[in-house]
Ligand binder design. Structure first.
Ligand code: AKG
Ligand code: FE2
Length: 793
């Protein structure tokens, strides 16, 4: 049979993908099946499919229709190894939006089947209607039908995912035969193993094939991939009771034995440790193995896909992980310092010696979390009341040069972020870091704590594998506000799709008049031109208020020319910017800090009106998010109406190029925002960049006139159970203009950010339709105040 028999029997005009009707799908499939496809053409075709099918993490009718043809091409003898690997990658991304080596990333097929089954049960629609409207009445026929349509629409994603899952599962025997097909490349074998990991219901059929890989495979990374796949296969689905014992399964026994095998390669030992951590049965030696990867940049360096990222290449790296370090970090996060004190100590040591490739921000967070046994005290006790472990960790923090973007974390723990203040807190004039346990991870810990770690919670940031392109889509919001019902749903899906994938969108036709934005920028510019003394009188004073003028970077930096002075300034003030923070104006406790009307005419009224415009737009975007998550459109309304937002005017002064050339220097270092979402208005200078979570690369979010950049914040990521992504971003300097033979100056930049928050008393517990909760519920206040207090000190 030709692989594409039947392609023309499908009416592709009736089907759609992310970019509209699926008319181009048959042509692309033909090109993919052609044995003479060129490398460039293949790259194009794959990128198209990637975008259409999995870019938005949403399934489309054409995805389903294309699956049998993908399987046929996979089977065809004329298909190259490379195309086969790529097909496997596409197929798995269609059913597992974020395939990473974590049980939490599995699709919960059992729950999916249950949900769909329930919809068909007698009188389900009526019962659901009665619950929804809290009534004992019976819906009339029109109401019933409308409710049923609505339910079906809400479950469309579930239907498609389950059908896609079943369609892709048909290929399992084929994926298994690839494992000992002598013509299959190592990369293809690794991809086939990766594909097999997502079908726990078929574990009986798959396990023997993967055990064969452990016995016979020669290439270490392929064997290592099998270790991870096996542990994922046996990890319980979220809806199953986690009491399923995994310490005495054939798989766990295999991994335990392999870990200890003489002469086994590091990458296999590491993968066994990861697998045992999933199973909740990691012992100290396994934890140490994971710790080693986090604290030693060079360990397994050559195996880390992050260091050898080739798009669509046949390079042999882990199909599962984007970064081995991040994979290792995840189980470590669940450890308690009282059980395993060597873990936070080793992490603190890595922080000070900069021997980890994890950002200080994340490393501090994890180190502190572990040192405080997973709890963040509501009030930091006096230093002398802390445990020795906690003292050592905090003393280590004093040694870190750049704490700028770690302020949020330090404040969360009630610690001052100024190095001087922090030093004072530790009461040691001369800071000597003592690592009392002489933590040398390489040679194993000095203490012998026995215990296991349980993998809890989810993935902080995506570890999606494979070649995923990063787009910040431009979305026409008028289609949501004024379009047909269908337009509205599609726009909501696009927004949610993009928030799942990149966490960033551009919004055009957003409804805030251009004149309002222009006025806000004009008044902001006038404000920052005021003399320093005038601005200083409005100084930001209290973190709970989070209102007022903040001068962080200091204009001094731009004038400094003496090398020693520059170095000193760099150490203390890497971010060169000043800001003005404005909150809701009717707060009885925390008044805004307004300049006198005579100093800044119309500043207050302009900003208050802009605050309101932004609040209104943010409620509309949240309506779109609600729809896109298949919630009631008004779901968020009563959770956000108190307007606990923060309007921030930003001004980045012109700066000599040399000052921004140093390593890590940026106008604003990489960070994520902490609220639900941020509306960002920027001038035409540029410099904003968002991090592609798949590759770690920063991608410019260049200014597009008339649009607003909207990004998801940490609180929304947590609220949505990691379904929506809070993406790291930063501001770098655009090209500089030479001012003389030796020096160049970068233009000044203005931006306005509107940070949106829920009501402070709102409980943030996993939203409906977002999977099994990974995080305990917290109130907004509990979550944010620690971070809000931290904005600047
Ligand atoms: O100035 C910008 O464009 C971004 C500022 C930002 O990301 C922030 O203040 O959180
Ligand atoms: Fe930001």
């Amino acid at each position: 049979m030709e692989p594409l028999d039947g392609l023309d029997d499908v009416d592709w005009t009736l089907l759609s993908h992310a970019y509209g009707p699926a008319l181009d799908v048959p042509g692309l499939l033909r090109r993919l099946a052609s044995p003479t496809i060129t490398a460039d053409e293949l790259e194009f075709v794959l990128e198209e499919f990637q975008g259409m099918f999995s870019q938005l993490c949403t399934l489309f009718s054409s995805t389903l229709a294309a699956i049998p043809f993908f399987l046929a091409i996979l089977h065809a003898s004329t298909t190259s190894n490379h195309v086969r690997s790529q097909i496997l990658n596409l197929l798995i991304h269609a059913i597992v939006p974020d395939p990473a080596p974590l049980p939490a990333c599995k699709v919960d097929i059992k729950a999916l089947r249950d949900r769909i089954h329930k919809l068909g049960s007698p009188r389900f629609v009526e019962k659901h209607w009665q619950e929804r409207y809290n009534t004992d009445d019976v819906p009339d026929e029109v109401a019933r039908q409308k409710h049923e349509e609505d339910l079906v629409w809400r479950m469309e994603d579930d239907f498609l995912r389950l059908r896609a899952y079943d369609a892709i599962a048909i290929g399992i025997p084929k994926y298994c035969t690839l494992l000992n097909d002598s013509t299959a490349s190592p990369r293809l074998r690794a991809m086939a193993i990766f594909a097999l990991a997502w079908f726990p219901d078929e574990i009986d059929a798959i396990q023997p094939s993967l055990f064969d890989v452990l016995d016979q495979e020669q290439i270490p990374i392929v064997r290592a991939t099998a270790c991870i796949a096996l542990s994922l296969l046996q990890a319980p689905q979220a809806s199953e009771t986690s009491s399923k014992r995994m310490n005495d399964t054939a798989i766990s026994r295999r991994l335990l034995a392999l870990f200890d095998e003489n002469g086994v390669q590091d990458v296999i030992r590491f993968s066994c440790a990861l697998g045992l951590a999933f199973a909740g049965i990691a012992e100290e030696k396994h934890i140490v193995e994971l710790l080693r990867k986090v604290t030693d940049k060079t360990y397994l360096y050559e195996h880390d896909p992050r260091n050898r990222y080739y798009r669509y290449s046949e390079a042999l790296d882990f199909p599962f992980v984007f970064s081995l370090t991040r994979a290792a970090m995840h189980p470590l996060n669940a450890i308690k310092g009282c059980d395993h004190p060597y873990v936070p100590l080793a992490l603190a040591k890595a922080l000070v010696s900069q021997s980890s490739d994890v950002s200080p921000f994340e490393l501090i967070f994890t180190t502190m979390t572990i040192a405080f046994d997973g709890r963040c005290p509501t009030k930091m006790p006096p230093f002398e009341e802390l445990t020795e472990l906690q003292k050592t960790v905090i003393r280590a923090l004093v040694q870190i040069e750049d704490l700028t973007w770690s302020r949020k974390i330090l404040h969360k723990w009630g610690l001052p972020s100024e190095p001087k203040e922090l030093k004072k807190f530790t009461q040691t004039e001369k800071i000597v870091i003592i690592f009392p346990l002489n933590v040398v991870v390489e040679s194993g810990p000095m203490l012998s704590f026995r215990g296991s770690i349980v993998v809890r919670g989810g993935l902080k940031r995506g570890l999606a594998t494979g070649a995923s392109s990063f787009r910040i889509p431009l979305i026409d919001f008028s289609k949501f506000q004024h379009g047909s019902a269908e337009d509205k749903k599609q726009t909501a899906d696009k927004i949610v799709g993009a928030f799942k994938e990149s966490g960033f969108i551009y919004l055009s036709n957003h409804g805030i008049p251009a004149s309002a934005v222009e006025n806000a920028f004009a008044k902001s510019t006038e404000f920052f031109r005021l003399p320093s003394e005038t601005k200083d009188r409005l100084a930001w004073a209290d973190p709970r208020s989070n209102r007022g003028y903040v001068q962080i970077g200091r204009e001094r930096v731009t004038q400094a020319s003496d090398a020693a002075e520059i170095a000193a300034l760099r150490a203390t003030a890497p971010d060169c910017k000043e800001t003005m923070e404005i909150g809701r104006d009717w707060d009885s406790v925390w008044p805004n800090q307004w300049p006198a009307e005579s100093d800044a005419p119309l500043f207050k009224s302009t900003m208050l009106s802009f605050f309101n415009d932004c609040h209104v737009l943010h409620t509309k975007v949240l309506r779109a998010i609600a729809l896109g998550l298949r919630l009631d459109e008004g779901f968020f309304e009563d959770k956000i109406h108190e307007q606990s937002h923060n309007l921030r005017l930003l001004s980045y002064p012109p700066i000599k190029r040399a000052l921004l050339d140093g390593e890590g220097q940026a106008r604003a270092g990489a960070h994520s925002d902490y609220g639900t979402m941020t509306l960002l208005f920027q001038d035409d200078v540029g410099g904003l960049e968002a991090q592609n979570p798949h590759t770690g690369q920063f991608v410019p979010a260049a200014p597009i006139p008339g649009t607003i950049v909207v990004n998801v914040g940490d609180l929304m990521q947590r609220w949505s159970n990691d379904v929506l992504r809070s993406t790291l971003h930063r501001v770098v300097a655009p090209p500089a203009t030479p001012i003389n033979a030796n020096e160049a100056v970068t233009r000044e930049r203005k931006s306005i950010a509107f940070f949106c928050n829920p009501n402070f008393t709102q409980e943030i517990a996993c939203l409906p339709n977002c999977g099994a909760p990974k995080y305990p519920a917290v109130s907004t206040e509990e979550y944010i105040v620690g971070r809000l207090t931290a904005t600047y000190s």
